[in-house]
Design a protein around this ligand. Structure first.
Ligand SMILES: C[S@@+](CC[C@H](N)C(=O)[O-])C[C@H]1O[C@@H](n2cnc3c(N)ncnc32)[C@H](O)[C@@H]1O
Length: 373
């Protein structure tokens, strides 16, 4: 599987589209807002730039894509008013793999600019938008051309399925029955990819430039944390649905055995270690936050019982749709379109069952960095 060709979120605005099912990712963006605000304030006050170039890497499309851009511009404009400065101009670069629904973003830009002008009554500096297709595991911008880089829920995707996982039978990720080399192969692929990512961004950011990354991660440092953590269970349950379909002859065993998800959810110390090893960035903050599996749950749900009853009402539908909007193109590429409805109907039941029994959460790591001189 060529990840750069196959990986993209479901496009358009239909029921299974990413635009309509990205609530989990939206929550992650909300939770990391204070860290971004701190980074943007530091960037502006230390450099007082006349022009600000910002990039969102793995921007996808839909409501989340421009929300961080809007927040960035509002924060800077507020500082300009406070400090009695003239507004800078903004260059906004939106990056994703070529299969992303860039047209959807481009078509929403006029509305976005109008809304921004309405919301910031005191005026906004000129904004210029650019779509930049390409893998962030390579250079995507000219030398020292960016002031601020943001990425949310994208860096857990690897550049490829690691080599050496061909004996991962019956699993599609690091599962509880995976051979012991599988977890290591995934971790080593993450190390290689994240190091390349940091090196590329170090070339593209100006000295003193800031970068805030939120990555779907894990809490535990254990080498094979397959069993307990939310990001692992989610794929293990999908593997269960696929295995059941193999047993019933709907999917060929060989198709399942050659399918592995190109994703790795690192722990905070694994992220920190790569940043320290690469050496171009100073770490300002490194935080872990939790997002409940059920995207409909209130962020401030007070206790497990109230979260659980909310999950039961939804019956796994929202999370299954969320996962469908993310994983459908990869599944279609491997198994064909005909099995999709069946896979997700089984998957929803498995998710609902799990959510009725325990409180399951995704762990998000946010790291705030400054490009060293
Ligand atoms: C789950 S979406 C997150 C989108 C958005 N940032 C949000 O928070 O809603 C992950 C995005 O990362 C993109 N992505 C994954 N690997 C990438 C790569 N190597 N280069 C650029 N984009 C990538 C995917 O195509 C997808 O659109």
């Amino acid at each position: 599987m060529e990840v750069a060709q196959v990986l993209h979120m479901n496009g358009g605005v239909g029921d299974a589209s990413y635009a309509n099912n990205s609530f989990v990712q939206q929550k992650a963006i909300c939770l990391s807002k204070p860290i971004r605000e701190e980074a943007i304030t530091g960037l502006y006050c230390n450099t007082v730039p006349r022009s600000l170039a910002i990039a969102d890497l793995g921007c996808s499309y839909g409501p989340n894509t421009l929300s961080v851009v809007s927040e960035f511009i509002k924060t800077v404009e507020k500082l300009c008013r406070k400090l009695n400065h003239k507004s800078p101009e903004y260059k906004v670069f939106l990056n994703d793999l070529p299969g992303n629904d860039f047209n959807n973003i481009f078509m929403s830009l006029d509305n976005f600019k109008e809304k921004l002008c309405d919301e910031i009554e005191t005026g906004v500096g000129p904004c210029y938008f650019f779509g930049v297709p390409g893998s962030f595991y390579s250079r995507v911008f000219p030398n020292q051309s960016l002031n601020f880089v943001h990425s949310s829920y994208s860096l857990q995707w690897l550049s490829k399925v690691p080599e050496g996982v061909n004996k991962n039978r019956g699993n599609i990720y690091i599962g509880s029955t995976s051979p012991s080399n599988v977890g290591r192969a995934y971790y080593e692929q993450f190390q290689r990819d994240f190091c390349v990512f940091l090196k590329c961004r170090a070339e593209e950011l100006v000295e003193g430039g800031r970068m805030v990354l939120t990555i779907l991660g894990r809490r535990s440092d254990a080498e094979n944390p397959a069993i307990k953590e939310g990001g692992y269970i989610i794929w293990e349950l999908m593997a269960t649905a696929l295995n059941d379909m193999v047993m019933q002859g709907i999917i060929k065993e060989e198709q399942l055995d050659t399918f592995n998800i190109p994703q790795y959810t690192p722990s905070p110390s694994e992220v920190e270690l790569e940043v320290l090893k690469e050496g171009s960035f100073a770490i300002n903050r490194l935080e872990l936050a939790e997002v409940n599996w059920n995207p409909l749950d209130d962020l401030n749900a007070l206790d497990f019982e109230s979260e659980r009853s909310e999950s039961l009402r939804d019956n796994g539908y929202s999370l299954a749709q969320c996962m469908r909007s993310v994983a459908e193109p990869m599944l279609v590429n491997q198994f064909g379109e005909d099995i999709i409805e069946e896979v997700f109907s089984r998957y929803q039941k498995l998710l609902a069952d799990r959510m009725s029994k325990e409180q399951t959460k995704f762990n998000n790591i946010t790291i705030s960095l400054t490009r060293k001189a």
